[in-house]
Ligand binder design. Structure first.
Ligand SMILES: [Zn+2]
Ligand SMILES: [Zn+2]
Length: 363
């Protein structure tokens, strides 16, 4: 008995020696792997709680610079000075995901517009597509300023860069801009081509995300989609936004909803839990979380006028996932009243066309 105890003690003693004898650069490279593959902030934070050495090495700039977007998936209710400081440390270490996340939080939640936009610009310069696209949304809407601060050409340029890097919403926005001659010279054919490309990219990324991508599953999706289409749209037959969506119903496939970026999840949670100015609306797309920064900043659905969007990317997503099942066209006299009401606030020009018209979602 005594001997066994002694042996156990010796083993644990040897283990701790082995760890202590590992050179710092090996431990740092292991921590880099860990921080880049963390699936939640707690995965990473536990490093600091383990021991004094890991606490020090975990804060090494190399480790912080490698942390992935899910490391910054902080819950809005847990936001504190410490989480702010941690994000700042990661920004200083050169982490572009941290720059983007803190930029979005500062711009929209903390209303520190200048510093938020410059953090996003820092990531955008290093070709971070979500940052480029978010800056484009800010330019198109003149967010944080007045209507006259909109810069459509800058929005198009930022969108073009993000689209080039494969950002689907940016590609879609750019397609619409060319199609309508909005911030760019009108080119309907090129615009339509980009919209088809956006759909094709979305289709491909959804297929990659859905495992296993076998023909059998495709057939099952097609059958399910066909059955759902033929059901009357009443009561429980309405699809919820989270139940998988016919994002590319045009292709006959029912695909799971897109992954929402942690920064958008933070925004949605932050504004969902707070009383905001009743005149300022949230983007109606549940995966966005952007609020208006002034009255009537966002576009409204041109058919029902009951939903608002920060961008056409959000409008297209929400239309296909949810809104096409709910959109009820408003009577003409209600429209005149609604538009007159908005004119008094100086926002009467913010009316967007529903993609493909009511009951259709063709692009
Ligand atoms: Zn939005
Ligand atoms: Zn509508």
């Amino acid at each position: 008995m005594f001997e066994r105890k002694k042996r156990t003690r010796t083993c644990s003693h040897e283990r701790s020696d082995l760890f202590d004898s590992l050179p710092d650069d090996i431990v740092i490279s292991i921590l880099c792997k860990l921080s880049s593959s963390s699936r939640s902030p707690s995965d990473f934070i536990t490093i600091f709680l383990t021991c004094k050495r890991l606490n020090q090495l975990g804060l090494n700039p190399l480790v912080l610079s490698k942390a992935g977007s899910e490391t910054f998936a902080i819950r809005a209710k847990n936001w504190s000075e410490n989480s702010h400081r941690f994000l700042k440390q990661c920004v200083v270490a050169g982490n572009i995901e941290a720059s983007y996340t803190l930029g979005m939080i500062r711009f929209y939640c903390l209303q520190n517009r200048g510093s938020g936009a410059s953090l996003m610009a820092k990531a955008a310069i290093r070709s971070h597509a979500p940052s480029l696209y978010s800056l484009a949304v800010i330019q198109f809407n003149g967010s944080g300023g007045s209507k006259t601060d909109k810069d459509l050409r800058a929005g198009v340029a930022l969108c073009a860069r993000a689209a080039y890097l494969g950002h689907v919403d940016a590609l879609r926005e750019l397609g619409h801009c060319l199609q309508d001659g909005y911030g760019a010279r009108k080119n309907v054919t090129q615009g339509r081509r980009l919209l088809i490309q956006a759909n094709a990219r979305e289709f491909a990324s959804s297929l990659r995300a859905a495992a296993p991508p076998s023909l059998h599953h495709l057939v099952t999706w097609q059958l399910q989609n066909h059955q759902q289409r033929n059901r009357p749209l009443t009561g429980n037959n309405n699809r919820s936004p989270d139940s998988g969506c016919p994002l590319l119903s045009d292709f006959g496939c029912n695909l799971p909803s897109r992954e929402v970026h942690p920064a958008n999840r933070f925004l949605a949670e932050w504004f969902g839990a707070r009383e905001s100015d009743p005149g300022l609306r949230m983007c109606s797309h549940s995966g966005c979380g952007r609020p208006e920064t002034r009255r009537n900043e966002f576009r409204r659905c041109s058919a029902c006028g009951t939903v608002n969007y920060c961008s056409r990317g959000c409008q297209a997503q929400d239309w296909k996932v949810r809104h096409k099942l709910e959109c009820t066209p408003m009577a003409m006299d209600q429209w005149v009243e609604a538009v007159d009401g908005e004119d008094q606030d100086g926002g009467g020009d913010r009316i967007a066309e529903v993609e493909g018209g009511v009951g259709g979602a063709s692009e």
